[in-house]
Design a protein around this ligand. Structure first.
Ligand SMILES: Nc1ncnc2c1ncn2[C@@H]1O[C@H](COP(=O)(O)OP(=O)(O)O)[C@@H](O)[C@H]1O
Ligand SMILES: [Mg+2]
Length: 397
């Protein structure tokens, strides 16, 4: 605080000027004493204020520490390159490593291998100075090797000058939610399979058998009246042919409803078998390439991949006007099943067709199936240049 004294700027914190004993008088002394008192008061005031601020800081740090430590969400502090600096108890409970073990590890060490690219991108964004990152669902690996799911929210803590200091991450454990969702999908899938099986066997063992019996008796009648009423016999014969066609159509429907060979075959065998059949029916060359690792797949992956392949190959046969279709099935090292169907036909505008709901339900069924298996579908099609449909389906052993 500056005070104006005798036209001179006076600083109370400056040491008083040296005293010249010859000039000492009582007024001067009183002045000096008053200045010293002011100095002392000011210092005491400042000290009290500083103490208050320090107490407030300690309290807010304690509060933060308390929230950090006892929050039900997992919280972690990392450096800008992902090295773990501190974690709370919820975080170490979630991941199975103790706080001591976690400090010094990198986020990548506890991230699921399939989510490391995503995490790397986020760490890069933090380094480039993006202060808040969108929340994402990502997988972690527990100390015991099991897969964990969490919603991760990350923000970057900066100093007063705006320089990034460290990243602050909060995790909400959604492992159980994910497990239940997967179980629900599995149950739905099983219900659908059972219903399809029931319908398929009603058609196969009921309707088709009855039609076969009618066919047999009509054949006998036609044979019986062949000589006495030849024109009626010919009519019966024509009706027989129609019934045979209906039986064949019903067999196909029953097979579509429940391709029972999938229970007996590996996916690659079923795909090769079906492509061969479709090739003979359509006269279009279909070449299948099967990677060695695409075996012993989970039932849900097997069934949906087969039906996806069938829909896309049938689309190529029906709509593309192509000469050749290539089907590739391969299990990649990162546990992704790659299913790719390409045709050299006329191509189409996929985005436009997708918007026109009246254009057939095939594409929406594809979308639905891809969701069921947590997969992705990428359609690359250009007018005049053919169509390439790529599915990526996660399939852990
Ligand atoms: N491989 C393809 N080549 C050309 N057009 C295609 C191809 N696949 C799909 N389409 C177009 O997309 C439309 C929608 O397909 P989809 O939903 O399966 O219905 P549907 O097969 O019953 O017509 C088709 O009618 C066709 O115009
Ligand atoms: Mg279709």
């Amino acid at each position: 605080m500056n005070e104006q004294q005798n036209g001179v700027t006076y600083d109370p914190f400056q040491a008083p000027a040296p005293i010249n004993s010859s000039k000492i008088n009582s007024d001067h002394l009183n002045n000096l004493v008053a200045q010293l008192k002011d100095n002392q008061n000011e210092l005491e005031l400042q000290s009290r204020e500083r103490q208050k601020a320090e107490n407030a800081l300690i309290l807010s740090e304690e509060r933060f520490r308390h929230v950090f430590e006892y929050a039900s969400m997992g919280i972690g502090l990392t450096s800008l390159v992902g090295t773990i600096i501190d974690v709370n108890s919820a975080f170490s409970d979630f991941i199975g490593y103790s706080k001591k073990q976690l400090i010094g590890m990198n986020v990548m060490d506890i991230t699921h291998p399939d989510d490391r690219d995503l995490t790397r991108q986020r760490v890069d964004n933090i380094r480039k100075g993006s202060p808040f990152l969108r929340k994402v669902e990502k997988r972690y690996i527990h100390k015991n090797g099991s897969i964990l799911w969490a919603v991760a929210r990350i923000s970057v803590v900066c100093d007063a000058q705006g320089n990034s200091l460290f990243a602050f991450g909060m995790l909400q454990d959604i492992t159980e939610k994910k497990r239940l969702a997967a179980e629900l999908i599995e149950v739905k899938e099983q219900v659908e399979i059972q219903e399809r099986k029931r319908l398929a066997s009603t058609i196969h063992d009921g309707v088709i058998q009855n039609l076969n019996a009618v066919l047999l008796s009509m054949k006998k009648k036609s044979e019986y009246i062949k000589n006495s009423r030849p024109s009626d016999s010919i009519m019966l014969e024509e009706a027989n042919q129609d019934i045979s066609k209906i039986i064949k159509q019903l067999r196909d429907i029953s097979m579509d409803l429940h391709p029972d060979f999938l229970d007996r075959m590996e996916l690659h065998e079923a795909i090769s078998w079906q492509c061969n059949k479709l090739m003979q029916q359509s006269g279009i060359e279909i070449e299948t390439t099967i990677g060695k690792r695409a075996r012993k797949l989970p039932d849900i992956v097997k069934r949906n991949s087969f039906l996806l392949m069938q829909e896309v190959v049938t689309n190529a046969i029906k709509h593309a006007g192509c000469k050749k279709i290539d089907v590739l099935l391969e299990k990649r090292k990162n546990n992704i099943l790659l299913l790719q169907i390409s045709d050299n036909g006329k191509g189409y505008n996929h985005k436009k067709v997708q918007k026109l709901a009246q254009n057939g339900i095939g594409l929406s069924i594809i979308e639905d199936r891809v969701k069921r298996v947590n997969g992705t579908c990428h359609v690359d099609s250009e007018i005049g240049k053919g169509t390439n449909v790529t599915f990526r389906i996660p399939c852990h052993d």
